[in-house]
Write a protein that binds this ligand. Structure first.
Ligand code: ZN
Length: 137
């Protein structure tokens, strides 16, 4: 798959060439199938609609060993919050995976401060989703 949509280059959309990118329903915006774009994290792509991040390849040692891609890159507990944000704002929920995504992160943080400030507190290292958090089918 190599859609152009007017882009000068389509590198980001090459994420859709990954076998793990096929037939995914987004856990946040329910788009199905998801059209992905690469994030700035190795092997991770985001839903083109809402920015929900998924590990399509590589990732942690556990993910490489288990190899049941895609893996949701949000904590399961954050998915309802991300869905609420998507419903309220229709804005990217990308959270730190894009080097140039600071405007989305700032908007999400402002919304979290108002609605779910507990999510602005530091979380334990387990925050990175591992094999026990497979992508919902
Ligand atoms: Zn989505």
């Amino acid at each position: 798959m190599s859609p152009h949509f007017g882009f000068i280059h389509d590198y980001d959309l090459r994420a859709n060439d990954e076998p793990s990118a096929r037939g995914v329903t987004c856990a946040v915006c329910d788009t199905s199938p998801v059209l992905f774009q690469w994030s700035d994290y190795s092997g991770e792509a985001m839903c083109h609609e809402c920015g929900c991040p998924y590990q399509l390849k590589w990732g942690s040692d556990e993910q490489r060993t288990e190899s049941k891609y895609p893996y949701l890159s949000f904590m399961v507990e954050f998915v309802p919050i991300a869905r609420e944000y998507w419903q309220a704002k229709k804005a990217f929920v990308t959270y730190g995976t894009m080097l140039n995504g600071h405007q989305w992160i700032a908007a999400l943080n402002a919304w979290l401060r108002q609605h779910h400030p507990e999510w602005l507190e530091p979380k334990p290292e387990k925050a990175m989703i591992e094999k026990e958090n497979p992508c919902p089918a």
